[in-house]
Structures are given as structure tokens and as C-alpha cells.
Design a protein around this ligand. Structure first.
Ligand SMILES: [Zn+2]
Length: 267
């Protein structure tokens, strides 16, 4: 008799977890909410804490600063197509007045992070840990269709032409990354944004805490497509020259938004 009960209990647990997975998959597929995370935080005295151009020779860009200024254009593109878009950042409101105004205009939500550089555990998948995980917790709380971590790459403290940028995505995010790369290739890469004829790369990343792997893993375990934008290098003089012009930066952000919309429509 106890054996029968145990078997029934095991069967019930299996069914319940199967149902939960189906429910999570449906939730992501039917969601109309996209979360954009500005990947680095703003220090009240030292400013943006992301990668930056090596010097002022080809333009001055820092990641946090860039995305505070331009994520709003990506959001506009997504919302114009009828979806909801939320921008978040794990730092506090920038002390720089112009950046603060841009943050207000874009409606950036500041995720409460006691130590912005601290390693935190995923609320939804506790074995996942990473710096910046609090943003992922917030993003998954929104029950999103997709999460995009906004970054630029940099591979050197000196100027160096490198065009091997990519969207780093989770496994369930491959269709999202493929569509965004297609739109980026058709509209910007080698069409305005100099890239030595290299197309936009796609890399599936699941290597734990390294390079945001556990943000992607936590999203993957909730069946939420997610990717990190690392297709441009701030240490590449051609990319820096391009992105430091306002109109180009707007176009770059809007093109990312267009890629997200094309993916959402194709689901
Ligand atoms: Zn970054």
C-alpha cells in the first residue's frame, strides 16, 4: 500500500511540474511585455561603470551613459508596434542632469540594489547567481516575452578594429537573436555601421556566472528568450566614430527595436 501511495505521489509531482512548465512556456509566448536592462550602473561620483572608448580620438562613449540616452528610442519602436516595453537599471538615478532627464523621459525603473557590484541569487532559479541578477529578478517578475540586456563590447584598452560582435543569447532566445541579427544585417551592419563585411554574430551562452551567463540561464529556465547586445566594440575606432553621432545612435537603437518587433510578430 505505501508503495502505491509513493508511486501516486511521484506521478502527481511529475504531472504538476510538467503543467508548470507548460504554463511558463505559454506565459512567455503570450506576453506582450519586453524588458530592456541597461547593463551597468551609474556611480554618483564616478559616473557610468561600463566599458568606454579608450580615449577621445574617435569619440567618447561609455555604455551606461549611452543606454540612458538611447534605450528610450528602442522602447519607442517596440511600443509603436503595440507592445509594452519597460527599461530598468540596477543603479540609482544618474546625478548628471542631462542623463537624469533622459532617464525620466524613457521611464527607467531603478531596481533596488544595495550593492550594485554584488553577486546576487536568482529569486526564480536559486542555483543561478551573478552580478546584476537583481535586474533579472525584476525582469522575470514582469512575466515578459523577452529580456534584452543592453551593452556594447570592448576588447582592448587601446583602439583596435574588431568586428566579431554578437548577440549572446540563451537557448530559447535563438529565434529572437536570429531575427534581430537579420534585421541588423539588412538595415545597419555594413549599411552605415562599418563592419568589414562581417555579419552580426549569434552565440548561445550558458556558461554559468561568466559574462552574464546566469542571467541568460535564469531566463532560459523560465522559458523567456533573452540576449545580451554585444555587437559593437567601443574600442573599434569605426564603431566609436559611428555611435558617437547622435543620429546614428538613434538609428542603432531603433534598429534593435525593429528586430524585437519582427520577432514578436513572428511568434
Ligand atoms: Zn557591458
Amino acid at each position: 500500500m505505501p508503495r502505491i501511495l509513493l508511486t501516486l505521489l511521484a506521478l502527481f509531482t511529475l504531472l504538476a511540474s510538467g503543467c508548470y512548465q507548460i504554463q511558463m512556456k505559454r506565459q512567455a509566448r503570450e506576453s506582450n511585455i519586453v524588458v530592456l536592462d541597461i547593463g551597468h550602473y551609474y556611480h554618483p561620483e564616478r559616473g557610468g561603470q561600463g566599458a568606454r572608448t579608450p580615449n577621445a580620438q574617435y569619440g567618447v562613449i561609455e555604455e551606461t551613459d549611452f543606454w540612458y540616452r538611447y534605450a528610450g528610442y528602442m522602447k519607442q519602436e517596440i511600443e509603436a508596434a503595440g507592445y509594452q516595453c519597460i527599461i530598468c537599471n540596477r543603479g540609482d538615478m544618474p546625478t548628471d542632469k542631462k542623463l537624469a532627464a533622459a532617464a525620466k523621459k524613457a521611464g527607467v525603473h531603478h531596481v533596488k540594489s544595495p550593492v550594485p557590484t554584488g553577486v546576487y541569487r536568482s529569486k526564480h532559479h536559486p542555483r543561478r547567481m551573478a552580478v546584476g541578477m537583481l535586474s533579472t529578478n525584476y525582469a522575470l517578475d514582469q512575466k515578459p516575452a523577452a529580456v534584452i540586456f543592453l551593452h556594447h563590447n570592448s576588447n582592448s584598452a587601446k583602439w583596435l578594429v574588431c568586428n566579431k560582435g554578437a548577440f549572446y543569447c540563451n537557448e530559447v532566445g535563438i529565434p529572437l537573436a536570429t531575427t534581430m541579427a537579420k534585421v541588423m544585417n539588412e538595415q545597419l551592419m555594413n549599411h552605415g555601421l562599418p563592419n568589414n563585411n562581417q555579419p552580426c554574430g549569434i552565440v548561445v551562452r550558458d556558461n554559468g556566472r561568466l559574462g552574464g551567463g546566469d542571467w541568460l540561464n535564469a531566463c532560459n529556465e523560465s522559458y523567456v528568450p533573452a540576449l545580451i547586445t554585444e555587437i559593437t566594440y567601443l574600442s573599434n575606432p569605426e564603431h566609436a566614430r559611428f555611435l558617437s553621432k547622435h543620429d546614428n545612435a538613434v538609428k542603432f537603437s531603433r534598429t534593435l527595436g525593429k528586430g524585437v518587433v519582427e520577432y514578436l510578430k513572428s511568434r
